[in-house]
Design a protein around this ligand. Sequence first.
Ligand code: NAD
Length: 367
Amino acid sequence: MILVVGGAGYIGSVLVRELLERGYAVKVFDRLYYGDQGIREVSERIKLELGDIRTMDISVLDGVDAVINLSGLSNDPTAEYNTKANFEMNVQATEFLARLCKKKGIKRFLFASSCSIYDVGIGNDEKDIVMDEESPVNPKAAYSSSKYQAEKILLSLKDENFSPVILRKGTIYGFSPRMRYDLVVNTFLKDVLSKGYLTIHYGGEMWRPLVDVRDAARAYITCLEAEESKVHGQVFNVVYSNFRNSELALRVLEALREVEVKAELKADYRYHGVRSYRVSGKKIERVLDFKPAVSVEEAVKDMVDNITRYRYIDFDNPRYYNIAWMKLLEEADKIIKVTGSVFEIANQPSFHPAVVNLLRKTQGADF
Ligand SMILES: NC(=O)c1ccc[n+]([C@@H]2O[C@H](COP(=O)([O-])OP(=O)(O)OC[C@H]3O[C@@H](n4cnc5c(N)ncnc54)[C@H](O)[C@@H]3O)[C@@H](O)[C@H]2O)c1
């Protein structure tokens, strides 16, 4: 059985389906921050355990043959918003999980890292070269440095009984039953469908490595099934191609034109200094014969199809934007701690002064 930690997320929901299709038994361990929409349809075919990776009980690993860790805070804004939680989830909990696996004799451990590790920061244009797994890195931001720290810890734990494999993925695009519209291609698509135009900032100069979500899922399965000697303690970039944002925008528009959605392109040329990095995906092709196959255009057309068919068109819903959703959950959590419930009458009287104060502060309510 394969354990996917964070399996109800954007990538996890696609990966879990791919694993099931290939006949694997799958267990998902997830705190369900974004609900269970991503795995609801397959809930009868998987084992689901709810909980936080930071306090996961070793019994979750009963019957598990390999672990894929996709959990934790999954972008820059959420990591910056709560750097403590980011460190605990992305670094400490990854080490905790790896140590539980070692104790339990689970050898293969795949870790969701990120190409943002290669980000050299703003204003370092002379360092804008295509980076590979051997390139020196020195990530500074909370998110990327947490991924890099976790990588280093995992690699230091490798031995004859523990085989960590690191997948540094580019920014993902494409449809998932747990949809995200806070990733560049998906954002472009959402902007066109909701506003009729998309905007490229800073002239769209920045380079980014990208890859489709189904390709990312297949990369995990390739690493899961690969001969141990090829993946033991290895780092693999997972990248379809590198694109400037301006080119990406044009590709999105072209794909949409083919499905008869017309849109305008707006460009903002103010230069603020941009982060730019390009990453090579050749190693995974060379070593494991794996090459991402889904183009941006194909993914865009597939997204249009799926988001209209399954009604992922409530584009303002904060659930699709990790930072907006986390802030909302936190705000709701503060209120519910006082009220005890949303509609039911809790122990406190309805007009408890603390509630009134909180509402005044958070919503500017006038009463
Ligand atoms: N989406 C991308 O473009 C991208 C690119 C590179 C790397 N990654 C990495 O891949 C992984 C998956 O990304 P995603 O886009 O699917 O993210 P996501 O935010 O959609 O999913 C993360 C999942 O993990 C769960 N989770 C978070 N913290 C948890 C905790 N403490 N305990 C238990 N469950 C927890 C969430 O409930 C959610 O279901 C992340 O580690 C992310 O950093 C993502």
